[in-house]
Design a protein around this ligand. Sequence first.
Ligand SMILES: C[S@@+](CC[C@H](N)C(=O)[O-])C[C@H]1O[C@@H](n2cnc3c(N)ncnc32)[C@H](O)[C@@H]1O
Length: 308
Amino acid sequence: MRAHHEPVLLAEVLAWLRHGPGLYLDATLGDGGHSEALLDSEPGARLCGCDRDPFALAFARDRLERFGDRVTVAHSTFRELPGAHRAAGGEPFTGALFDLGLSSRQLDDPARGMSFQTEGPLDLRMDPSRGTSAAERLQAADEPSVAQVLRAHGDLREAATLARAMVAAARSGGLATTRDLVSVLDRALGGRRHPRRYAQAFQALRIWVNDEAAELEAALQWLPDAMGPGGVVVTIAYHSGEDRRIKQVLRGARSFPSRRRPPQASEEPDRGPWLELTRRVVTPTHDEVARNPRARSARLRAFRRKPT
Ligand SMILES: C[S@@+](CC[C@H](N)C(=O)[O-])C[C@H]1O[C@@H](n2cnc3c(N)ncnc32)[C@H](O)[C@@H]1O
């Protein structure tokens, strides 16, 4: 059985995450690459491994079978993590990993419709057993909402124009596949090929269809109660909106009154329950990106739960 997804920043994840025996959370199990390395290198580690994708879970469950009862696997979104945690015994976590976004298994499967580079239904769900596909959602959506999605999650300057074209195509039955979406974008943008725009539009629709911003928010709000004192959370984000939100919430900083002068002692924000361990964001080396181009946008941060 060969893994399809190459774990990103593997040595760095282990260096920050692993610190002794206890229960670890992998909230984004995927192919189980990070978790397998953790369980191999930390004999006292037990794992609560979760993913919303039933296909990823089936693969990871087989891969991690040799660890026996050290591993509990759950079909769970971030919102459902409290239930998965209780089912795994509810012991406060020693470590938690959120390796966000998509796995190569999802990206490369044409049936998921995740990529403009493969022909398939315009689905984009990480869990095809729940919710509605991107094509169905676009048929029912109005232009301003779609424009807002493209702007907020894809940074698309042409959001209004593209939304108009997409909603019109969806309502007339002409937006069922990934190729249809590329053709609609090409026509709306004036006929040339625009791979960067396609990637931005697919990312925006994927975040929308999977409700990724609200999912992340739910996990970040729940984490302080789930982690044991001294427990470490490692996050890997693949786009700037996600990374920004992780920083805002886990740094616990309110915005300072002025950006032009350093904060006065009286203005020091309440730093909340987390201590930031990574002084600077950790990114992959040139070698890693050369080996695995999908790692290129990865941004890793680590935070320690302060004792209460
Ligand atoms: C980048 S992959 C993880 C790869 C994994 N670390 C490995 O080594 O194979 C991200 C995984 O997170 C899952 N995922 C993303 N958002 C999720 C959410 N809100 N709830 C549950 N799973 C999620 C995806 O289904 C995907 O399998």
